[in-house]
Design a protein around this ligand. Structure first.
Ligand code: NAP
Length: 286
């Protein structure tokens, strides 16, 4: 099989992008890790680091030189200019970290702001004329870190949450990265969009119970009213994602969300369970 050319990984300081860098290295691929602060990128032996701000065209030239494929974060501001520069620099293929919200929005219209942000970047990729693959992951298992679970579990043994029986198709960031490595290195996935998810719907309550079992300490759920949850979210997330998040929790309360076996189809290995995620992140909760 032809060795893939140089791969530029944007978001290399991010959870997914960092793992893409780490997992690409053993595949033998040549990797350039990009960030606005490249000194923070993982740098396994042989990986180059470069400064790239997707909204600042003056940073594009050096980052794109000699690149064949790009793993791209959906930063809408300037995406079209970045893609024009990528084509001009000889890039052939873009793998976009898009989102499952594109599928969700028909049933949960409040998810539109998140879906539209990703759709804008998908459209820019399609308009660029480059070969493309869209990875549309489900909810990241690591979202619970964004919602403040690590602090409250560590310090009080509590999760404060509004709909404890809402379910998630929680996907481990390592599986998103593994899927990305496959589609970056196997041309057969060009022109495809993939909804990738965790292996099973799991309620927030069961996620708390799983973390408790893994860290060997009780974790109590304190149920918040929707307004209390909004107030808590305001301290943690940008305003524009609060109603989309609340609506998703309400819509999946006691309702199993959809999961797929696409991670296994792409990588040859079943998607990691939430228990595995909790083991991998135990230090965050202890
Ligand atoms: N959370 C979910 O459930 C979910 C579901 C589906 C899809 N997604 C997608 O996944 C993304 C989050 O992935 P993650 O958890 O890996 O993110 P993360 O850990 O928060 O990292 C975000 C990355 O984006 C990079 N970035 C932000 N603005 C940039 C810019 N202007 N130029 C260059 N790089 C920029 C950051 O790089 P530097 O700061 O180092 O420059 C950082 O590496 C979301 O934004 C969304 O698009 C999320």
């Amino acid at each position: 099989m032809k060795q893939p050319g140089l791969i530029l990984v944007t978001g290399a300081t991010g959870r997914v992008g960092g793992d893409v860098v780490r997992q690409l290295v053993p595949s033998g691929a040549r990797v350039r890790a990009a960030s606005r602060n490249p000194e923070r990128c993982p740098a396994p032996a042989g990986v180059e680091r470069t400064r790239l701000d997707l909204s600042r065209p003056e940073t594009f030239g050096a980052a794109l030189e000699g690149v064949e494929s790009v793993f791209l974060y959906a930063v809408p501001d300037g995406a079209d200019r970045f893609l024009d520069a990528a084509r001009a620099a000889g890039v052939r293929h873009v793998v976009l970290l898009s989102s499952h919200t594109l599928y969700e929005v028909a049933e949960i219209p409040e998810r539109a702001p998140i879906a539209e942000m990703h759709e804008r970047v998908e459209e820019a990729v399609l308009a660029s004329g480059l070969d493309w693959t869209f990875l549309r992951p489900a909810n990241f298992a690591s979202n619970i870190l964004m919602w403040g679970w690590a602090d409250s579990i560590r310090t009080e043994g509590v999760v404060r949450f509004p709909y404890p029986d809402s379910t998630s198709d929680a996907i481990h960031e390592a599986d998103i990265a593994a899927a990305a490595v496959t589609v970056l290195t196997e041309p057969v996935h060009q022109g495809q969009g993939y909804f990738i998810s965790g292996p099973e719907p799991i309620s927030q309550r069961r996620q708390a119970e799983t973390i408790s079992a893994v860290i060997g300490r009780p974790v109590r759920i304190e149920e918040l009213s929707p307004d209390q949850a909004r107030e808590q979210l305001r301290r943690l997330l940008p305003e524009w994602v609060i109603e989309p998040t609340m609506a998703w929790w309400a819509a999946t309360d006691g309702v199993d969300c959809v999961v797929t076996d696409v991670v296994e189809k792409l990588t040859g290995t079943p998607a990691r369970s939430f228990s595995q995620w909790a083991v991998d992140h135990a230090a965050d909760f202890r």
